[in-house]
Design a protein around this ligand. Structure first.
Ligand code: SAM
Ligand code: F3S
Length: 447
């Protein structure tokens, strides 16, 4: 196995991407496995999938079907399934895909090396989808660093138990990483050239870190601690819950310039009746107060959100209330989904009589409106001065560089000289808004 090849297929959110990176780091250090882009040349194939919606689950089984052919040609091949779907569907995976050798959950990925070792002794399927508390963080090697940006997972799981969501069951309840451990990782990243960090968690604003004297620090304090680390000049956090959006966090937007002018704040619905059925714990007025307070603290702040349409018993009036909220807030880019009943969640037991066609029509209307708002935000950026963190060559054109604005939009631009600007902040004037990116010119050259 030593020196072999590893292929990882990831379906899902940033948390899944983060976990896949950690699996690659872990297996590089434990078994000397290096990543490949070609599943056909891999010795170990891992698929890391979320199960928030049914679609991801189906993708998993299609993927495993394709890999079963590779295993027929190479019986030594080891196939593992990880992520939320493994926690939820472990038995179904074992039944529908008998060629899978290892099944591990988001909290047991650090145990993959032991599972691999056991495979080399005896080929039987191994399953471990337990929640061994914070052990995962302690047992992972330091993350490999890919400057200038880095994701830093500061908490695991979720204790909100929204009635539609599997996350508390698949990832376990909320567990925060201690302040000291997070700060040590941030310092390490900064020393390696990271300029922007994204503090990650399902409900990252529920993070509470124990401090030496037994007191607890909250996310606002962690942001302040992060902002004073030499080299880190941009801070993001994802995802926040409207119930934990404290006064101190809002004040951080007024006080900490390193904190970007962008917040992803999932609302799910604009109807109080549906929000109560979803067990979100807030109403529209509460959400709108946060929006107002955020805009008072940071007038240019961009807001994005998540929406679910077609939740059981959502009426036309409930949906119109969502459309009104969208109109009132004027979001930047957002995500929207048709409700997908998830086994084991309370909402899966609710009567759902809305025809699929009606749900689709609602989704199209919502997405159309969100898309229009997003395009208007991009168009309004034309002519403005935007600071981008240059991430490397543009994917569109080889003579151009690419960077990201504070509201996470990609801007492509032609550098003025031959210096490599990757990893640096550059001020650009936005010249043009394209459907998925912006075009800019270096500010000094433009003015
Ligand atoms: N922590 C976040 C929050 O505050 O809501 C959400 C994390 S969840 C994994 C990501 C998004 O998936 C949710 O915001 C929701 O819009 C969507 N989602 C979750 N469960 C869903 C379901 N059963 N059907 C459709 N969409 C769902
Ligand atoms: Fe899911 Fe609600 Fe937590 S959407 S991740 S249970 S905040």
């Amino acid at each position: 196995m030593s020196g072999g090849k590893l292929y990882i297929q990831t379906y899902g959110c940033q948390m899944n991407d983060y976990d896949s990176d950690r699996m690659a780091d872990l297996l590089a250090s434990s078994h000397g496995l290096s990543l490949t882009d070609d599943p056909a040349e891999a010795d170990v194939l891992l698929v890391n999938t979320c199960s928030v919606r049914e679609k991801a689950q189906e993708k998993l089984f299609h993927q495993l079907g394709r890999w079963s052919r590779l295993k027929q040609n190479n019986p030594d091949l080891i196939i593992g399934v990880g992520g939320c779907v493994a926690s939820q569907e472990g038995d179904a995976i074992a039944r529908r895909a008998p060629h899978v050798d290892m099944i591990f959950g988001p909290q047991t990925l650090h145990r993959i090396p032991e599972m691999l070792d056991q495979q080399s002794v005896r080929r039987i399927r191994l399953t471990d989808v337990t929640f061994p508390e914070i052990e995962k963080f302690d047992r992972l090697p330091p993350p490999s660093v890919k400057p200038p940006t880095a994701q830093v997972s500061i908490m695991e799981g979720c204790s909100k138990y929204c009635s539609f969501c599997v996350v508390p069951y698949t990832r376990g309840t909320e567990i925060s990483r201690p302040l000291e451990s997070v700060v040590a990782e941030l310092r390490h990243l900064a020393a390696k050239g990271v300029r922007e960090v994204n503090l990650l968690g399902q409900n990252v604003n529920a993070w509470r870190g124990l401090v030496e004297d037994g007191e607890e620090a909250d996310l606002a304090e962690l942001i302040t601690c992060t902002s004073v680390i030499e080299g880190i000049d941009r801070i993001r956090f994802t995802t926040s819950h409207p119930m934990e959006f404290s006064r101190s966090l809002i004040e951080a937007f007024a006080d900490v310039p390193e904190l970007v002018s962008h917040v992803h704040l999932p609302v799910q619905s604009g109807s109080d009746r549906i929000l109560a059925r979803m067990k979100r714990g807030y109403d529209v007025a509460h959400y709108m107060r946060i929006v107002e307070d955020l805009r008072a603290a940071r007038p240019d702040i961009a807001l994005s959100s998540d929406f679910i349409v077609g939740f059981p018993e959502e009426t036309e009036a409930d949906f119109e209330a969502t459309m009104e909220l969208v109109e009132a807030v004027n979001f930047d880019t957002s995500f929207s989904f048709i409700y997908s009943p998830r086994p084991g969640t309370p909402a899966a037991l609710l009567k759902d009589e809305t025809p699929p066609e009606v749900k689709k029509q609602r989704l199209y209307r919502l997405q159309d409106q969100l898309e229009r708002q997003s395009r208007a935000h991009a168009a309004a950026m034309v002519g403005s001065r935007q600071r981008v963190l240059v991430t490397g060559e543009s994917r569109a054109r080889s003579n151009q560089l690419s960077g990201r604005t504070e509201n996470n939009r990609v801007v492509n631009f032609t550098p003025a000289g031959s210096d490599d600007l990757t990893g640096q902040f550059v001020d650009l004037r936005i010249e043009k808004a394209l459907p998925h990116s912006l075009q800019g010119v270096v500010w000094e050259a433009a003015c």
